[in-house]
Design a protein around this ligand. Sequence first.
Ligand SMILES: Cc1cc2nc3c(=O)[nH]c(=O)nc-3n(C[C@H](O)[C@H](O)[C@H](O)COP(=O)(O)OP(=O)(O)OC[C@H]3O[C@@H](n4cnc5c(N)ncnc54)[C@H](O)[C@@H]3O)c2cc1C
Length: 382
Amino acid sequence: MSNKKYDVCIIGGGITGTALGYFLCKLGKTSVAIFEKSYLSSGSTGRCAGGIRQQWSTRPNVRLAMRSVKLFERFKEDVGMDIEYTQGGYLVLSYTENEAAQFERNVLMQREEGLNVEILSPSEVSKRYPYINIEGLKLATFCQTDGHANPHKAVIGYAQAIRKMGGAIFTHTEVTDIDVINDRVVGINTSRGYFSCDVVVNASGPWSREISELVGVELPTESYRHQIMVTEPLENFFPMMAISFSGNFYMRQTQHGQFILGQGDKDEKPGINYNVTFKFEKELTSKMIRIFPFLKNVRLIRHWSGMYNMSPDAQPIIGESEKVKGYYYAVGYSGHGFMVAPAVGEALAELLVFGKTLHTDISYLGLKRFENMVVEKEKNVV
Ligand SMILES: Cc1cc2nc3c(=O)[nH]c(=O)nc-3n(C[C@H](O)[C@H](O)[C@H](O)COP(=O)(O)OP(=O)(O)OC[C@H]3O[C@@H](n4cnc5c(N)ncnc54)[C@H](O)[C@@H]3O)c2cc1C
């Protein structure tokens, strides 16, 4: 035992851990410590595309994302960091009749939620974006208030604010065990020694299941590699994120002019794997040159990989364990954790401080939903 004590210990220095730490400190709970085994944003957050989208197929996800956008809009003012946040919109492209019909239903629901989403025919897409090849396109949707930001800067912004408000961040500090007495969390063991606490939050991204095993709570999450690459810079002309679920790709231009491109691979096996493959480069570049002909002869600069921490319904798993008091989790984001993290961090902080959420309902995201198996799978995922 030691005299190192924090009310809340957070495992993971990605966007989830730092957003939560920030909102806890903001609500006056500054007895908070984040433990990160490597450097801040070294996990999925620092490897992601930074897309921020509200066009989801399930109503709760739309609400969560809309709340996050409100918080991203105020990020610079509230948190004190310019995170290259741009509301250049998201153009969602559909290449199948079924999906196009689903998009039309999604848009009705999204508009009911107050989201301004346009439906564009292929010729409207061509007129508006003459540099996109519309071959095979059935329909597109566009939401101007969607956008993107620099994920590293978001984490660093939150981290600096946490330290300023009195919270602690231990980088290069691995959590090796969670101490539970009488079904209640009482502390954690780390590579820097023992810390007592009342609450532990599992915000460990790709390692969510392994961390949960430390307290004997089974999380239905699996991590899958996702590769991503970046080109040399071009003059800035492409303000939106373009994405397609049926076409399996996403791409956007950064503030510095580079294009970030990615796609999923349904043949990936679960497990942590940071290798990259030539197959990915070949497949994605030929597809992207066909749809975005201006990318022809543009050089690739870098190619890396990160993990999607997947849940069975492709929606995050957030809440407190019923089995172990004081053990919380915010994991399983299934490839869209960056964009919802501010709303999740705010909601979880409110839950910890007030015992209830004030801005966004996250009760539907608990582990319990998997018990009765009536889960609605989020469809809008690459
Ligand atoms: C290629 C790619 C593209 C993506 N694009 C988007 C996008 O456009 N928009 C979007 O919203 N999302 C996107 N995502 C998903 C997004 O990156 C994640 O959902 C999000 O970053 C999860 O954040 P996190 O903080 O929960 O996890 P992470 O960022 O992975 O952070 C978890 C941290 O926990 C630490 N950790 C683990 N175990 C321990 C331990 N025992 N002790 C201490 N620390 C530990 C890890 O080192 C890690 O830094 C993408 C992901 C990938 C891989």
